[in-house]
Design a protein around this ligand. Structure first.
Ligand code: SF4
Length: 319
């Protein structure tokens, strides 16, 4: 059996940054440091930061008064910052800069009096954060949807969640453009999502089965699985070899493997070790060089001495 391994895969710059911010916060403040929402959508990453002394909570109200809290990479609504202030919390914001950019776009278009449309998934943490920054109409492209009938001349701006399917979003945007040709369209799907979907497309073209390594609640992992399924290739989203059903492998000689932006590389290695392939071939556009610095306001508080999540990844070392 041969394995075709997607490149890029795994941790993106935003996940690196968020995990490093929790590490630095613990070094600076000691334990516990609270994390509002899972720092990223991966149970192993969450368990790892919790083993170091982080405590994950779901709402700001769950954080004890006066404590230190890291806000997760997915971004938060302004109401969370207000609540944190009332509770006298020290907030370290680990929102990915590419999500912050969407928040800033929303505030700008709102100020300009435009109607804002957000293409995103109802209930996803990033969407909860973004919709808090301005009034907007949410379109979940997985459902049946239609836009309101705005008056002629209404200015419209279209934003997207960063981790959507590139293809499905293009279809949704075309539908919006048909009704409102002058709408301003922002391309908010991030580089990491785009690159991982491009690599998954190549995998699906040459393999008989695709395994996406990562968590069920990870949006970008699910979209990678969709890429393969939409090409007619069986695809499964699993955390590791313990979730792999060997019946899937019957008669299969070419397996594609990829992982989402929040999946640590050791989960991928565990699956490859279990499969014990004859060959491992690398497929896709290749590794990324994007990194995000610790924001200046946080550097002044927690420093930036330890940035080791990237090193822990070592994505292309010996498989
Ligand atoms: S997937 Fe994209 S938006 Fe999300 S944390 Fe990574 S780089 Fe940022």
């Amino acid at each position: 059996m041969d394995i075709y391994l997607a490149s890029p895969r795994g941790f993106c710059a935003g996940v690196d940054l968020a995990v490093d911010i929790v590490d630095l916060a613990i070094q600076q403040y000691g334990t516990p440091v609270y994390v509002k929402h899972q720092i990223v959508h991966n149970p192993k990453v969450v368990a790892d930061v919790e083993a170091k002394g982080a405590i994950t909570v779901e709402t700001v109200d769950d954080v004890p008064r006066g404590a230190v809290v890291v806000f997760s990479a997915h971004g938060s609504p302004p109401s969370d910052y207000t609540t944190a202030k009332k509770r006298n919390l020290t907030v370290l914001d680990a929102t990915c800069p590419l999500v912050t950019r969407v928040h800033n776009e929303a505030k700008k278009y709102d100020k300009e009096g435009k109607e804002i449309v957000l293409v995103g998934h109802v209930g996803h943490q990033e969407v909860i954060g973004t919709t808090g920054h301005a009034d907007m109409t949410l379109i979940d492209e997985r459902e049946d949807w239609s836009l309101p009938d705005w008056e002629k001349g209404t200015e419209i701006a279209v934003l997207t969640q960063t981790t959507l399917s590139v293809n499905d979003t293009a279809i949704a945007v075309n539908k919006i453009k048909k009704k409102y040709p002058d709408a301003v369209i922002r391309d908010d799907i991030c580089y990491a999502t785009t690159n991982r979907q491009a690599a998954a497309t190549e995998l699906a073209d040459i393999t008989e089965l695709v395994l996406v390594i990562g968590a069920q609640n990870s949006s970008n992992c699910n979209r990678l699985k969709d890429v393969a399924l939409n090409k007619g290739i069986p695809a499964y989203l699993i955390n590791g070899p313990e979730e792999l059903d060997t019946d899937w492998l019957e008669g299969v000689s070419k397996i594609g493997i990829t992982s989402g932006a929040s999946t640590p590389e050791n989960q991928v290695k565990a699956v490859i070790k279990f499969l014990a392939p004859e060959n491992v071939f690398r497929i896709g556009p290749g590794e990324e060089s994007t990194t995000f610095a610790i924001p200046r306001n946080l550097r002044e508080v927690i420093g930036d001495g330890v940035r080791n999540s990237k090193e822990k990844q070592a994505p292309d070392e010996d498989h």
